[in-house]
Design a protein around this ligand. Structure first.
Ligand code: NAD
Length: 456
């Protein structure tokens, strides 16, 4: 068993969280049933009334205090991340400490977005709370992804109901319980379960859904939210391309291609999913990629040498294997790795000669695979990079024409000779079907508020 499982008794349903590296039960939570969800939603609405009335600076500083209190629990949070989703301890440690520091930073920064502004004449813009925000999060960065949405939602004066992924309920529970030692009761609550609990929450009496997860779930949520026109922020999947131009630093490009494709066992929304390399340097580039990939070690998070953990569950594993096999059946070449990896790991994999008919090129694979094809004309590379319903990130390596190529890539975040995602309080934003709304930056924070214009 490498997937969260559900147990039913007469009174309640229990969700077991499973360590994907060995199938052990890490712990369990009670699934939020219909009546419990109703009570949570009512409590959230009530708590929001007084929370939203508190001065902005008071909300911001209380949230900062709440995050500071995570310090003593950093190790427990980190361990739970590793145990529930398989991430190695170094990466889990970064995420836990990033949650503490990022939460405090975001609580201070986002407050700047919600201060009222005077307009010319006797008008004023206010940024009022929307009410209750449902934050629905994925398992791949179980704390970071929840945090990015919880903090601005709370600072804006909303109450929040977090529905964490069914794969990582325990770490979310610990986060919420520690924050609640400081926050007023009912302002931040948690609801547990799978997609059906998420759906019930979206359809309940809430005002906004801030979601991070797959495109298909994003579409389902938009449909469920449509009747009441609930406000939405959707951070969805990606199929990020990388273009390597003929004057690129081949070693640096190869290093990036491998690191970005393998990060978090490839389970990162902005991981490099497909690489288009100029045929003039392709031989050298592919060789460098294989050399670097061969230095990666796959295994359990308990092994300190490991930098590629297990896939989170059997479903994700089967998907990645099917993409590898589909590519090989359609004529791709396996340069490194196994053509039928066994559960729960996927060995570092390098595939060349991919083409647009293959799932590995036209879908999000979400596994530790570098998938490469060569191009003869830059125009073709740009067309293939843009030939996707997704548009989260895109990367180009090269010198002379790199900026011109970047200018033509269809993505919300673009890196030139580096990865995507700017530092500080920058927007995290997808183009096309990778996003609808976004978080980060003044404009991103303001999506958690009702803009109101008052003429005095
Ligand atoms: P998922 O869409 O399967 O699940 C995400 C969350 O949605 C879970 O909590 C799940 O229980 C809930 N859910 C499922 N169906 C629902 C419904 N009908 N209504 C409401 N909630 C529902 O995604 P996942 O497998 O957990 O995460 C991986 C995906 O997330 C990948 O596609 C990845 O690219 C994407 N992701 C995007 C970003 C970003 O910033 N753009 C960041 C991280 C992950």
């Amino acid at each position: 068993m490498t997937q969260s499982s559900i147990e039913q008794t007469a009174q309640e349903q229990t969700l077991n969280s499973i360590d994907p590296s060995n199938g052990e039960i890490v712990g369990s939570v009670t699934i939020t049933n219909e009546s419990a969800l109703k009570a949570i939603v009512e409590r959230a609405a009530k708590a929001q009334l007084s929370w939203g009335q508190r001065p902005l600076h008071e909300r911001s500083s209380l949230i900062q205090q709440a995050y500071a209190a995570l310090e003593d629990a950093e190790e427990s949070l980190s361990l739970l991340i590793s145990r529930e989703m398989g991430k190695d301890t170094r990466r889990a440690g970064y995420e836990a400490s990033g949650t503490l520091h990022g939460g405090r930073y975001l609580a201070a920064e986002s407050a700047k977005a919600f201060a009222s502004q005077r307009l010319a004449g006797n008008s004023e813009i206010q940024y009022r709370p929307l009410g209750t925000v449902a934050v629905i999060s994925p398992w791949n960065y179980p704390l970071a992804m929840a945090n990015n949405l919880i903090v601005p939602a709370l600072v804006a004066g909303n109450s929040v109901i977090l529905k964490p992924s069914e794969e990582t309920p325990l770490v979310a529970d610990l986060l919420v319980s520690i924050l609640n030692e400081t926050l007023p009761s009912g302002v931040l609550q948690i609801a547990h379960g799978g997609g059906e609990v998420g759906e019930a929450l979206v359809k309940s009496d809430i005002n906004m859904v801030a979601f991070t997860g797959s495109l298909q779930t994003g579409r389902n949520i938009m449909a469920s939210a449509a009747p009441q026109l609930k406000r939405l922020v959707m951070e969805l999947g990606g199929n990020d391309p990388m273009i390597v131009l003929d004057d690129a630093d081949v070693f640096a490009a190869a290093q990036f291609a491998v690191a970005s494709s393998f990060e978090n066992a490839g389970q990162m929304c902005t991981s490099t999913e497909r690489v288009y390399v100029d045929e003039k340097i392709a031989e050298q580039f592919e060789q460098a990629v294989v050399n670097i990939a061969s230095q990666y070690k796959t295994g359990s998070w308990r092994d300190s040498q490991v930098n590629i953990g297990p896939l989170v569950n059997a479903k994700q594993h089967a998907k990645v294997v099917s993409h590898i096999q589909d590519a090989l059946e359609k004529g791709a070449t396996l340069l490194f790795g196994e053509n039928k990896p066994l559960l729960p790991f996927i060995q570092p994999t390098v595939i060349s000669n991919i083409n647009p008919t293959m799932k590995i090129e036209n879908e999000e694979t979400f596994g530790p695979v570098v998938a490469i094809d060569r191009f003869g004309s830059v125009e073709d590379a740009i067309n293939r990079a843009n030939d996707s319903i997704y548009g989260l990130g895109a990367v180009v390596f090269g010198e002379r024409d790199a900026k011109k190529v970047a200018q033509r890539l269809q993505a919300g975040m673009i890196g030139i000779n580096q990865g995507v995602g700017a530092g500080g309080d920058a927007p995290w934003v997808g183009a096309k079907q990778s996003g609808f709304g976004y978080h980060g930056s003044i404009e991103g924070h303001r999506q958690f508020a009702q803009v109101t214009v008052i003429n005095h």
